[in-house]
Ligand binder design. Structure first.
Ligand SMILES: NC(=O)c1ccc[n+]([C@@H]2O[C@H](COP(=O)([O-])OP(=O)(O)OC[C@H]3O[C@@H](n4cnc5c(N)ncnc54)[C@H](OP(=O)(O)O)[C@@H]3O)[C@@H](O)[C@H]2O)c1
Length: 316
């Protein structure tokens, strides 16, 4: 274990509510890793919409709690039963959101899933990967996407969507995507056929598709797209999976990430870190912020147009 002070900087909330109202940067106790956990000195923390949902009561637990799931950093202490990683190793992974009084947006974080950062992978790029890769991989697996399929990814300009497009293309799948202007050209360059999201998408997809769409993955922020996506899937709700619009999905009989039995996919993190180091995969970073500028990151994220990963840097 490395010697350091017993308190650290952390972005936390002490009551549920709007993130702008309840979050604060404050001194917090440096957490100790329990069994099967490691502690890292955080280099970078990628933000996700789930961080703001956490403040609103998603996965409720004991308060205060921290935000920030996606972490890269240097191992600083290892808990009982941990093997294969040592103090001083560079890792990326997921902060133990539910297990403590702080999370990744802090000087130190407890991780419950991790992989080594391969040589050649920058730590900021590494912190952009965990949740986007896990969610995209799990969703693509859930749908059973193969080279035989034509897949539509609705919301491919989100980072989960950008990951899902790349994962499907790696499988040899023909990929159609809806996206805004930010990533449309990059998605085309990767090999996807792209049209815009929003009203009338079923007709636009039909226009650009060179045949029937077999499977649909919806990762767009909830925006009333599911009826159109169901149309794209020829009215078969079993061929559509959403990770976002659970309410509409329930009404339409569409599959959701909450009702699928597919296990979490943290075990692929190391593989995708290596792909990223090799230049075969990427989650674009829109902007980095020192930890004390967390509020600027929150505002951009909540505008609905993060345009890539927003990453906090506790070390400035
Ligand atoms: N269920 C799960 O396990 C799970 C896990 C992770 C994430 N999620 C959810 O998945 C969604 C994506 O997460 P993320 O972190 O990848 O998001 P993100 O990167 O923060 O998404 C931001 C992007 O969404 C695009 N967008 C905005 N409105 C859209 C619309 N109506 N249709 C399509 N795209 C739109 C914007 O692209 P432009 O700027 O180009 O317009 C924006 O830049 C979120 O709703 C998140 O809560 C669910």
């Amino acid at each position: 274990m490395t010697d350091h002070a017993s308190t650290m900087n952390a972005v936390r909330f002490h009551e549920y509510g709007e993130p702008a109202d309840v979050l604060r940067l404050e001194r917090a106790e440096v957490p100790s890793p329990g069994p099967d956990r490691i502690r890292v000195a955080v280099h970078a923390c990628g933000l996700n919409p789930a961080d703001w949902a956490l403040c609103g009561g998603l996965f409720p637990g004991k308060l205060p709690r921290g935000i920030g799931l996606d972490v890269s950093g240097t191992v600083d202490a290892v808990g009982e039963g941990v093997t294969g990683v040592a103090v001083g190793d560079a890792v990326l992974g997921a902060a133990d959101y539910a297990g403590g009084h702080s999370a990744g947006a802090a000087d130190f974080a407890i991780l419950n899933h991790w992989a080594r950062v391969p040589s050649g992978l920058d730590l900021v790029q590494a912190a952009a990967l965990p949740l986007a890769v896990e969610t995209a991989y799990r969703s693509v697996e859930s749908l059973g996407v193969t080279a035989e399929h034509r897949l539509l990814v609705n919301g491919a300009g989100t980072m989960v969507g950008f990951a899902a497009v790349q994962i499907a293309l790696m499988r040899g799948t023909r990929v159609l995507a809806t996206a805004g202007d930010t990533y449309a050209e990059r998605l085309r360059a990767l090999g996807a056929t792209v049209t815009s999201y929003g009203d009338g998408l079923a007709a636009r997809v039909k226009e650009v598709a060179d045949g029937p769409v077999d499977l649909v993955l919806d990762v767009a922020p909830p925006s009333g797209a599911l009826p159109g996506l169901l149309q794209v899937a020829n009215g078969d709700p079993r061929r559509v999976l959403t990770v976002t619009d659970m309410t509409a999905a329930t009404e339409l009989g569409i599959r959701t990430s909450f009702t699928e039995t597919q296990p979490l996919a943290w075990d692929v993190l190391g593989e995708f870190a290596q792909h990223t180091a090799d230049g075969r995969f990427t989650i674009p970073v829109a902007r980095t912020f020192p930890l004390e500028q967390w509020r600027a990151a929150l505002e951009i994220s909540q505008s609905g147009h993060a345009r890539g990963k927003l990453v906090l840097l506790p070390q400035g």
